[in-house]
Design a protein around this ligand. Structure first.
Ligand code: PHE
Length: 473
């Protein structure tokens, strides 16, 4: 049936842009710099890079292979490998829902900041004059309606792109968005690094402080390891089936082994570059490199409005939030694609007619509903509309912990066991060599990663995570 023909990427380059677009997001721009700064700077970077090499690359390759081989999103893909694996796919789907719901709230907030700076710029830099950055932030975050409206608009834009399909929607959009992102990043980085005092920010980020590894420090090796691992999964969009879904639209004539290496390199490069914008900016204007959304919103707002000020401040503010907005939306489209491809995969299994528009809209509405508590608890502020905090976490942190902290490492653990022990890594070789164009180069390396390194690392990380929750002593 013609209408059931699965969409595919127009080219491997288009796929790479979309996959890097998925990987590069809020995780890179604000998660990476502050986690690195708080966890020993260079000492964190070394563990992060090591984790990418021994875990990230293999999980990336595994997901791309499973996706292309089965031609389905995570639920359909794992089911196709074996009925008993279906649960892993559903875990990925759940992560997708949770992440997209808080991601849309943050994306909406970025949209609001972008628009405010644009207005300020057009009116000669005056919009924020009577409010401090903290006031502007708290006025916005406790205004439930406004949070919901911006979240809705962000999801609407995401839905619109995803509805148009893979090559006509996602690929077309990322082909414009990613080069724009690169240009913006270069412009902003140059400007920020020229500010007095910027170097302190670089020191905060990169200066290796190996004492964080020691058990006598208040951080400790396992916390650094766990933080780096969670950040890696989130930043590379791994462990929840996003790369399975994107891989499922790849043609057989693409080199999966090479792709699996390019995406993490590009993502890490952007994370480091983004850190070189955020931290120097924060330090140049004497602000605290504090954690979480407040860094992205309050501190940087202050940099542009009070630090730089005037028209230039508003212009740089607008460009910065535009950059963050692009990074966020190229990630949110991949999250929505994971969730909505589930419905069409199901229809395809049942040989029913598939259709992109309706499932995408239905899923977006569901995501919006799941995101309501995140939007209404004012990111944990005490005078917000919703005051209930699950297990003492604000809703955003709660969703993030379930997905990044638990579901993603479990997903990666089970996937590596399935590939390494279930299929003895042969599935990788067969799929890569499928089109007859490429030979798998690093079989021994991948084999060791899937069979031993990834599972053991994941177990250590899950142990540290559960210990943190107080579930294990
Ligand atoms: N990688 C994205 C970021 O760094 C987030 C993301 C996670 C996207 C999982 C898709 C899947 O912000």
């Amino acid at each position: 049936m013609e209408e059931n023909k699965r969409d595919s990427w127009g080219s491997n380059f288009g796929f790479l842009l979309a996959a890097v677009g998925s990987a590069v997001g809020l995780g890179n721009i604000w998660g990476f710099p502050y986690k690195m700064g708080k966890n020993g700077g260079g000492a964190f970077l070394i563990i992060y890079l090591a984790l990418i090499v021994i875990v990230g690359l293999a999980v990336m390759l595994g997901e791309l292979v499973i996706g292309r081989k089965t031609g389905m999103g995570p639920v359909g893909a794992y089911k196709k490998l074996s009925k008993k694996y279906a649960l892993v796919g559903y875990m990925g789907l759940l992560s997708g829902f949770l992440i997209l719901s808080f991601y849309s709230v943050l994306g909406g907030m970025v949209g609001k900041y972008m628009i405010s700076f644009l207005i300020s710029m057009l009116s000669g830099g005056s919009t924020f004059n009577n409010l401090t950055s903290a006031e502007f932030f708290s006025n916005f975050t406790i205004n439930g309606w406004e949070m919901l409206i911006y979240c809705f608009l962000f999801l609407l834009a995401t839905t619109f792109i995803v509805m148009k399909g893979i090559s006509n929607g996602i690929e077309k959009f990322t082909k414009v968005a990613m080069p724009a992102l690169a240009v913006l990043l270069i412009v902003i980085i140059t400007f920020v690094l020229c500010q007095d005092g910027a170097v302190e920010g670089l020191k905060f980020m990169f200066k290796p402080d190996f004492s964080v590894y020691s058990s006598s420090s208040d951080i400790g090796f396992f916390t650094v390891l766990k933080t780096a691992a969670g950040q890696m999964f989130f930043s590379l969009s791994l462990g929840m089936g996003c790369m399975i879904t994107y891989g499922s639209y790849l043609k057989k004539n693409t080199n999966l082994e090479k792709n699996a290496i390019i995406i993490p390199i590009a993502d890490t490069f952007v994370a480091i570059m983004a850190g070189m914008v955020v931290m120097p900016a924060v330090f140049a204007y004497g602000l605290e490199p504090s954690a979480g959304p407040s860094l992205l919103f309050i501190s940087l707002h202050e940099v542009f409005v009070t630090g730089m000020g005037g028209f230039i401040g508003s212009l740089m503010g607008f460009l910065f939030y535009l950059l963050v907005f692009i990074a966020a939306i190229t990630s949110s489209i991949s999250l929505l694609e994971v969730c909505s491809s589930f419905i069409n995969d199901k229809k395809q299994e049942e040989h029913k007619k598939t259709n992109r528009k309706l499932p995408t809209i239905i899923i977006s509405l569901m995501v919006f509903v799941i995101g309501v508590p995140v939007a209404l608890d004012g990111l944990g502020s005490s005078n917000a509309i919703i005051n209930f905090q699950p297990f003492g976490y604000c809703w955003l942190d709660f969703y993030d912990l379930i997905s990044e902290g638990i579901l993603m490492p479990i997903g990666a653990l089970i996937m590596s066991l399935i590939i390494g022990w279930g299929f003895k890594t042969k599935i990788i070789k067969t799929e890569i060599e499928e089109g007859g164009l490429y030979k798998l180069k690093g079989f021994v390396f991948w084999d060791i990663c899937f069979k031993i390194i990834v599972p053991i690392t994941m177990l250590i990380i899950l142990y540290a995570q559960f210990q943190d929750f107080g579930i294990i002593k």
